[in-house]
Design a protein around this ligand. Sequence first.
Ligand SMILES: NC(=O)CCC(=O)C(=O)O
Length: 253
Amino acid sequence: MHIEAGDTEANFARLQVKLREAVSGEVKPDVILLPEMWNTGYALEQIHELADEEGKATDELLSAFSREHQVHLIGGSIAEKRSEGVYNTAYVYNRDGEKTADYSKIHLFRLMDEEKHLQAGDKLGELTIEGTQAGLMICYDIRFPELTRKLALGGAKILFVPAEWPHPRLNHWRTLLTARAIENQIYVIACNRVGTSGTTHFFGHSMIIDPWGEIIAEAGEEEAIVRAQIDVSLVDEVRTRIPIFDDRRPPLY
Ligand SMILES: NC(=O)CCC(=O)C(=O)O
């Protein structure tokens, strides 16, 4: 989706339209992923005034939606205000509207001044969806391969990535996401915003990559709902075929 920097009211309204669109197709989704900082965009100069106080407004909306539509919701991320400052945080809901996990971005992106305005999280993004373990990281986090490896070693078979990743780094986006999928033999599901904010152009290209590294669904630069059916048993199949987790030599590196 497009995100209006600093206009939380417009973003909440737009998100609800997009969520309704996501559940209105013939095939009902099991899991929905949203983009990064969808409530405020990168209005970092005013982030302390704009951020959602303890995430209450977001929680109310996402919890009610996931319960009403019986869908797992990885709520992208929001600017979330806590007593210590503002975090870039993702909430996860199950089909009953219960918040089952949260994750605050641990690597702050200096090129977009995040470290000047935001606090970094200090725990991993780990979740379970109906028995399948998954990992969650936010945008710039994908540049740190150790993080995905740690999540994969912990049992993750799917990696969810909300993002606001702009031009001119589309090549980095696609290459890094594909590399994370291939090197860890996991599904990577990544949702990136579209549209322009000031002089920054966000390219979208949300995508779903299988554990063999094939992009099985990909959006363009316009707003879109990207859908795919995934088969988690493919993770075990690929790991049996090329057993990288058995062949690792951690004492050497
Ligand atoms: N919002 C972000 O973390 C952007 C990361 C990004 O653009 C990159 O190149 O890394």
